[in-house]
Design a protein around this ligand. Structure first.
Ligand code: F6R
Length: 265
């Protein structure tokens, strides 16, 4: 199933392939749903979680887990896109997960990119998470620049849900979902680092060689706002799930058959 190790306090699971990493991530989420069917899940969009969502859909449809009593909160949403815009994160979630599982849609929350008063909407979103008892399991991807959610470099560990400007390289990366970079919104609403760190358990999935530098910086570099994902090292229950390509810079011997414990300080 892969090699597990610990790096700077973070559990790291390296799987042979992106498919295996996605499957392992889906199982962690299904385990959470089975342990507590009323759990609160924090969810992500982007390319990374797609195969995880496909696995969860298959597990849900075959009765291995149910979302019927779960509540979900998404990390972020583009400002200026209506919920029914094809590139909104609400549409992404409806198309790639919610419409194919048994979650009642009113139990799914995504920030509103058209909110009149964004600051008020952000504090209501934060309060809504608290009112549901907080996030039990937060799923994350990581940006090439080390962002988590849309907490771009420079975001400190005290940040909460708020309006942010997207970094130039994030706009370039996300242009692949739009017809051109010009169409990518310049701003987003995002949960903050503090919001994410309040989750009881965090699972970050990263796959592909394009994520090597970000993964190295998160796990081995300094804990600093320059690499927002590095703040995950301040959380007691983080699992980073990688495929071999994303793990290539960590010096982990992925040929070992048995899980191993390595501590890097
Ligand atoms: C998405 C999100 C972002 C992505 C990150 C990686 O909700 O919050 O932080 O996880 O930009 O994107 P992909 O998965 O497309 O490489």
């Amino acid at each position: 199933m892969g090699v597990s190790t610990t790096i700077n306090g973070i559990s790291v699971l390296v799987c042979d392939t992106a498919e295996a990493a996605s499957e392992a991530t889906a199982k962690l989420i299904a385990n959470q749903l089975n342990a507590n069917p009323r759990c609160v899940l924090g969810l992500a969009t982007g390319g990374t979680p797609l195969m995880t969502y496909q696995s969860l859909i298959a597990m849900n449809q075959s009765g291995q887990c149910s979302f019927q009593n779960a509540t979900t909160f998404n990390l972020d949403e583009y400002v200026g896109l209506a919920a029914d815009h094809p590139q909104s994160y609400r549409s992404f979630m409806n198309d790639n997960l919610f419409s194919k599982i048994d979650v009642p849609i009113e139990q799914t929350y995504v920030p509103d990119g058209l909110a009149d008063n964004i600051a008020e909407h952000c504090s209501q979103y934060e309060a809504m998470i608290d009112r549901h008892g907080g996030i039990d399991l937060q799923l994350l991807g990581i940006g090439h620049n080390g962002h988590i959610a849309f907490n771009e470099p420079g975001s400190d560990s005290q940040t909460k849900t708020r309006l942010v400007d997207l970094a130039g390289n994030t706009i370039e990366q996300n242009a692949r979902f739009f017809s051109s970079a010009d169409e990518v919104p310049r701003q987003a609403i995002t949960m903050g680092i503090a919001t994410i760190l309040k989750a009881k358990q965090i699972v970050l999935l990263a796959m592909g060689s394009g994520k090597v530098d970000a993964v190295n910086a998160m796990l081995l570099g300094e804990v600093s706002a320059d690499v927002p994902a590095s703040f995950l090292r301040e959380h007691p229950a983080v699992t980073v799930v990688l495929d071999r390509d994303a793990a290539a810079g960590l010096g982990i011997d992925t040929t070992r058959k048995m899980p191993t414990e390595q501590q890097t300080t």
